[in-house]
Ligand binder design. Structure first.
Ligand SMILES: Cc1cc2nc3c(=O)[nH]c(=O)nc-3n(C[C@H](O)[C@H](O)[C@H](O)COP(=O)(O)OP(=O)(O)OC[C@H]3O[C@@H](n4cnc5c(N)ncnc54)[C@H](O)[C@@H]3O)c2cc1C
Length: 513
């Protein structure tokens, strides 16, 4: 192989390979692609390893049964254990979760930065300093407002009703170009309108000479003294997932960007950089809940962009709400009905609108390596989160009844439908317990290798460099010392750029490794 930039998959590789590089980045999602693009732009020789396959927009058929097994880890069926269990999904493909995400982009709120400063010694994390990292990312991935034509009727109803109640509604800023509101973001954008890593920082890195190996699962990271020296990966057969070939990458710096679940698992399996005993701990996930409102008229809420607006009125209570276009197959899967009742529910698909709430964490969980190749995730929602979840359902019901909804499905075992604004109080009359939740979901894994100023309590310093190993960095959602209460991808990218800056400033040391 020559050293020109390329994306190579298991179909291109027919032998074992040994590579040398300045930097090896493991993972090609929000963190990995961003750090790889910045380092390769500086002129470093970068190799990226990505466990998932390489798929392009022409292959994005919009069909869940075809796209989910290709683009999602465990075909989208991961579960976080606790009462109730929380359904969890993350990407496993070139571009990582950014290929399948909803495209919402928000900077970290100032109150979270203050907390990071006071509690974790992250003194440099002021809004002004962070602007240096956010701005170039926002420009590259084109964080912008949707055109009015791309907003659907459901979103407009939702906004109007919330505003009539005096609630603060914000238009969503999304990483998109000319998005007409296909509303199939979670199966891969068929028009490359979503400016995911697949169409931005991954091609940038490759243009700068980086080699990206898809279908390449990093398994072993060799350590010598206080340094890491090489990564041993397996090139996987795309169909059987069995090893086809070995790939070894020797690098002066190794960056973990496998996401907040797989990064700690890889570290724990390799016994890396855990003198603080915090690897895998402090796992945050923004538990989400969704409801379905039924109107008399057709809304066709799947026409129009996913989440045109968000309600931020209750942000200080740890609640953000939005409507979201959920594919009929997924609505059908998530409701606890059978036979005729299920059919009657789904027959009304054109008249329904689903909406959800993102709850900021007030507790945390743990991530560990499991049997075979699995990751075990534990998270027990606490009383405050339960209160917030129920309150968010009450607020969503209020908004939808104000918008004219006739009936609302709510996901509790003993209470499935609320039929009027007066009935909202039913949510509080019967004490809803954890086991009564029918469905909790999340797609925001954060924490697990928290950064901070004290080597005894934190895994990395504020730049993402592990305290124990001088050339091992982390550049993904694992770094967050707390949850952030808003969609995380933009902050992950900003932190990855910050990490790249530190490596570049210290390259004079690393180049002799
Ligand atoms: C359905 C969905 C919707 C979402 N919507 C939004 C949204 O609208 N806005 C927002 O801000 N966030 C959203 N998110 C979350 C956001 O996409 C993630 O927080 C973000 O992408 C995480 O970045 P990361 O770099 O930590 O990990 P990822 O982007 O998940 O990338 C990690 C990559 O590492 C690879 N990897 C893991 N282990 C290995 C290994 N051992 N060897 C090689 N490669 C490995 C994985 O295959 C993956 O591709 C959504 C997520 C999902 C799943």
């Amino acid at each position: 192989l020559d050293k020109k930039g390329a994306i190579l998959t298991n179909f291109d590789i027919n032998r074992d390979i040994t590579e040398t590089a300045d930097v090896c980045v493991i993972g090609s999602g929000a963190g990995g692609a961003t750090v790889a693009a910045a380092l390769s732009e500086y002129g470093l020789d970068v190799v990226i390893l990505e466990e998932g396959g390489y798929y392009q927009s022409r292959e994005f058929t919009q069909k869940p049964t075809e796209m989910i097994p290709k683009l999602y880890r465990d075909a989208g069926a991961s579960v976080i254990m606790g009462e109730p269990v929380i359904a969890f999904a993350e990407g496993r493909c070139v571009g990582g979760s950014t290929v399948i995400n909803g495209g919402m982009c928000w900077r970290i709120p100032e109150k979270v930065l203050k907390r990071w400063k006071w509690e974790f010694g992250l003194d440099d994390f002021t809004p002004e300093n962070m602007d240096k990292y956010y701005s170039p990312v926002e420009k590259r991935i084109n964080v912008s407002l949707q055109s009015p034509e791309s907003i659907g009727k459901g979103d407009l109803l939702f906004k109007k009703a919330a505003e009539s109640l005096g609630y603060k509604v914000k238009p969503n800023t999304r990483n998109q170009k000319n998005c007409p509101g296909f509303n199939v973001c979670i199966f891969g954008c068929p028009g490359d309108c979503k400016q995911s890593m697949l169409v931005t920082y991954v091609p940038d890195a490759v243009r700068n000479g980086a080699r990206l190996y898809a279908d390449a699962k990093a398994r072993v990271i060799k350590q010598k003294g206080n340094r890491v020296t090489e990564v041993h990966a397996e090139i996987l057969d795309r169909v059987t997932m069995k090893k086809k070939h070995n790939l070894t990458v020797r690098a002066k710096v190794i960056i973990l960007a496998c996401g907040a679940i797989q990064t700690p698992v890889l570290m724990l399996r390799n016994r890396l950089a855990n003198s603080s005993k915090q690897v895998g701990r402090n796992f945050f996930c923004h538990p989400n809940m969704k409801i379905t409102a039924f109107f008399d008229e057709d809304i066709y809420y799947w026409k129009g962009v996913h989440q045109g607006f968000q309600i931020h009125e209750f942000f200080d209570e740890g609640i953000i709400m939005a409507i979201g276009g959920v594919h009929p197959a997924m609505v059908a899967m998530s409701v606890p009905f059978f036979g005729k009742q299920h059919l009657d529910f789904m027959k009304n698909y054109n008249r329904m609108v689903t909406a959800g709430s993102l709850i900021d964490d007030t507790t945390s969980g743990v991530v560990k390596p499991g049997p075979f190749d699995t990751a075990l995730m534990f998270y027990q929602i606490d009383r405050e989160e339960t209160r917030r979840l129920i309150r968010s359902v009450a607020l969503l019901c209020e908004i939808f009844f104000t918008a004219g909804a006739k009936e609302i499905y709510v996901p509790f075992r003993h209470l499935s439908f609320i039929k009027s604004i007066d009935e909202i109080k039913k949510l509080y009359q019967y004490p809803i317990k954890n086991k009564d939740f029918h469905e909790l979901i999340t797609v925001h894994a954060m924490g697990t290798c928290r950064m901070g100023s004290d080597p005894n309590r934190f895994v990395t310093n504020s730049w993402g460099r592990t305290y124990d190993l001088s050339n091992l960095y982390i550049a993904d959602a694992s770094l967050f010392p707390t949850s952030i209460g808003v969609n995380p991808q933009l902050t992950i990218m900003a932190l990855a750029r910050r990490c790249a800056q530190h490596i570049i400033e210290n390259w004079h040391t690393y180049k002799n490794y």
